[in-house]
Design a protein. Sequence first.
Length: 388
Amino acid sequence: MSEVFEPAPLGPLVLRNRIIKSATFEGAAPNGEVTDELVAFHRQVAEGGCAMTTVAYLAVAPEGRTDRHCVVLSEDSRPGLNRLTDAVHEAGALAAAQIGHAGPVANARSNRATSLAPSRRLSPTGAITQAVDEVGIARITDDYRRGASVAKAAGFDAIEIHLGHNYLLSAFLSPRLNRRRDRWGGSLENRARFARQVAAAVREGVGSDVAVTAKVNMSDGVPGGFEVEESIEFARLLEADGHLDALTLTGGSSLSNPMYLFRGDAPRKEFAATLPAAQRWGFAVVGGRFFKEYPFEEAYFLEPARRFRAALSMPLILLGGINRRSTVHQALDEGFSFVAMARALLRQPDLVNSWAAGGAEQGACIHCNRCMPTIYRGTRCVERDSVG
């Protein structure tokens, strides 16, 4: 097991071990402000032994926020983000900024801005998205470049470009969501153009001394969506472009099938309780279709990820329900460079230190997913809360 806890390279960086805290929306930035709670959230993970903690979700433009309680990368947010990265570095870990544009996932009402998408459609919030035009695509590409530069200036060691979960760039990749007939739609080459352009812009914005990675859907988990075969071809294009230091392999759609990402229990009752009373009746009707039930199994993305490992030579980061020390070891044995963990670290922020010291093989997370509805008031493990 020594390989897990030895230093390892990621582009220009050297991480102290092979375990990364993956991005989980923290729910600790009211009105987009970096708070003491957000800083403490990531300091705790860093103190617990992770090599790098990923801050989610940093928007590159105001209309690209998931909602108004989302940090926008700007000179106004930079001092608070500097304070966060300083805290992480003081604890001996590195800090990654997950940057992106929510696109059709954005809450237009909360943002007071029209949500953008590859094609006009009805969003889950009931708003009509606007198809982004050529001028908008150029502007958003520059927003990524500028936002990545701000993140670097704020002390982040790595940038993770969000290309998954049907956020804007992922929506462009999806045949289901992208119905365009111009150079941004149709063939995979056209649908991938925006994401590849953004990857180049982000690299230009940060230079060679910051690691740049991307979180990529292997499958959207919805009929007619982006699937493994096309995703492998897309990954090959990203690898050939040479702008990225690693890919994190994910799946699921925040628009249509979020449980494809999480697996395990579907917290419908708890999620319904977070909604305004007027919206609960609608959720009672569609909640079962939106929050589908998927059995949990350890490392549930491993099987499709093996196909990417066989097709690519670049570093890959495995995520998806990793909760055992032996699973980390297996991932490294199969050629993955790092593993990314989230729920297990919400339950036990010091799990990595415990493993390194020879503690219990399995983490205490039970995959009840009741952490999901807490994102609106501070993401946390409710099981951990119950035991103090």
